[in-house]
Design a protein. Sequence first.
Length: 369
Amino acid sequence: MKGRDMMQEDPRFVHGGNVYEPTADGEPWLDFSANINPLGLSPRVKEAILAHIDAAIHYPDPRARELRASLAAHYDRAPGDFILGNGAAELFYLYTFVTRPKRVLLPVPAFSEYERAAHAAGAAVSYSPLEERAGFEPDLIFLAEEAQRVQADCIVLGNPNNPTGTLVEREAIADLAKKLLPSGTQLVIDESFLDFREDEARFTVRQERLPNLFLVRSLTKFFAVPGLRLGFGIGSPELLQAMEAAKDVWNVNVLAQAAGVAALADTAYQQQTRALVKEEKERLSATLAALHDVKVFPPSVNFILVKLPAGRAERLVTYLRAHHILVRDCQHYPGLTGGFLRLAVRTREENEALLAAWRSFDQMTDAVS
């Protein structure tokens, strides 16, 4: 228990989205620190949640039959091809608990729960730093060689990667998995943000059927249900069977199952989301790039990584907090240094509020200097 408490205090494992800490004047936060769909819950999801409130007196369907059928239709797989999770994060922990890797190789920077899940299962972790000068693009040939060098039996890769936003095409990932087969190294691909892409078919490996490949997706981000928690995994029948045997029988609650079915059926909401995010990420990233001392890394989905001089970034984070705006300070991500911030893409009005506060900070700072 003491070790887990220490991990919770480690700044590497602190997440964005902490809107529960009260502001000085009681006003709500404008949250750019969590990468959630700016449209919020779809009307159909709200209706489904309210319609199933009374079903909370019953245990959830342990097989989640209706949700599995919806996932199968939406992602073109069979209902039995999925394992469901209380969010994608649960599946990382369940996967490492079942497979018990001895060493996990992580291209960094990356989502911190990969490392926590590895440590929770007793695995050692090796970092493979992504190079800023290469735009944080992963070199998959080097990654395969590095896995052999450090004797890693598992690699975890975000696609798109959080917080860098870098994307790797499907064929390249499939080739990597095949290269790893002789050594028995497993490959976990996290596609939690890929639903934000109109061209996601170029990147997803959900149709690949390789014994060493495990795919994880989150419905939390795209469908704006982080408080309900919902995700799924696709892997070999043997892996899914072992994970099903190890997980909590009722890990996906009644409301989450109903919300998932409704969300997957709401195609208008999905189309509106992709159109909004595409337009706003391009506009917001271009505007940020024109600001003083800001380097913008090209965004692929609903968040943007930027870099400022380290001291200026720290002062900006403090200034924005004083104006009820949260952004993700990335200085504690392995593979990054001070000065990196991650910003969610939100609505036009919210993005304008961020930019107005940022410009005000620039004016104040430049006047002082």
